[in-house]
Design a protein around this ligand. Structure first.
Ligand SMILES: [Fe+2]
Ligand SMILES: [Fe+2]
Length: 254
């Protein structure tokens, strides 16, 4: 697909996080993991858009959705192939460490997409914002990838399609809802903001939870361990005779 307009400029927020993205993408193992995850996101998104093509009653949208879905499947293949190439030269096969998924997520947020029951206008508003976010992030990812020209070329190629997706969805939204398309965009924006907040809160919650458990382990547990050891020292070793009064319970059930 050809893009109708120049590439989307990254948002101020994505630009601000450029040093973080540079650090996240600098490690080869982390890059492999992220590319594999991006591949999954693109393929899942393509599947959802294929479903949207099945249920829409608008023939033009059906054709555009089909082409869009094919693009997303191709993006998934491009990401996976690049990850496989990197794996061949990478020393270790997996990295269980920090991947920064909530800081550098896959482009679209298409994983939030609920296709069934959505009207064309809601679908187009959601897709437009998702593609816009993808174009913004992929621009930053491409720019921080100077040390890896083949991966940079993958982002460059995908960015070209994402920009087209961003533009056609906006044009089609204006066609199916000429008067109220801006209102639909604002509602979709609010919904995305809420989901982004929940994602961020989940990420921060995970980090804070780990910190609290570590603090508890090193500060709260040692006194209990010391008390348990002291009690163990006071216990006599071996069998201990029980005094006469304490054996009454053997005569009855309780
Ligand atoms: Fe894509
Ligand atoms: Fe896309």
């Amino acid at each position: 697909m050809d893009s109708a307009r120049p590439h989307e400029r990254p948002t101020a927020f994505d630009r601000m996080l450029t040093p973080v993205h540079r650090w996240i993408w600098s490690d080869t193992d982390r890059r492999v993991q992220k590319l594999l995850r991006f591949g999954e996101t693109e393929t899942d998104g393509g599947r959802d858009i294929l479903r949207a093509a099945e249920i829409t009653s608008d023939p033009l949208l059906r054709r555009l959705y089909l082409e869009h879905a094919i693009d997303e499947f191709r993006h998934g293949v491009l990401f996976r192939h690049r990850a496989a190439e990197l794996l061949k030269v990478s020393a270790s096969r997996s990295s269980p460490g920090f991947h920064g998924d909530w800081l550098a997520p896959g482009g679209h947020g298409l994983d939030d997409l609920q296709v069934d029951g959505e009207s064309d206008k809601n679908m187009l508003a959601f897709l437009h914002l998702s593609e816009k976010a993808a174009a913004s992030r992929f621009t930053v990812y491409r720019d921080v990838m100077q040390h890896d020209p083949p991966t940079r070329a993958v982002f460059e190629e995908i960015l070209h399609d994402e920009t087209f997706h961003m533009n056609y969805t906006l044009m089609q939204l204006a066609r199916v809802e000429p008067k109220r398309h801006r209102r639909h965009l604002w509602w979709a924006r609010l919904s995305r903001l809420l989901k982004a907040y929940l994602r961020l809160a989940t990420g921060l919650g995970g980090i804070l939870g780990s910190m609290l458990l570590t603090i508890q382990y090193f500060i709260l547990l040692p006194p209990f361990a010391w008390l348990a050891k002291r009690a163990a020292h006071r216990e006599r070793s071996g069998w201990t005779m029980v005094s006469h009064g304490h054996s009454d319970s053997l005569d009855r059930q309780y």
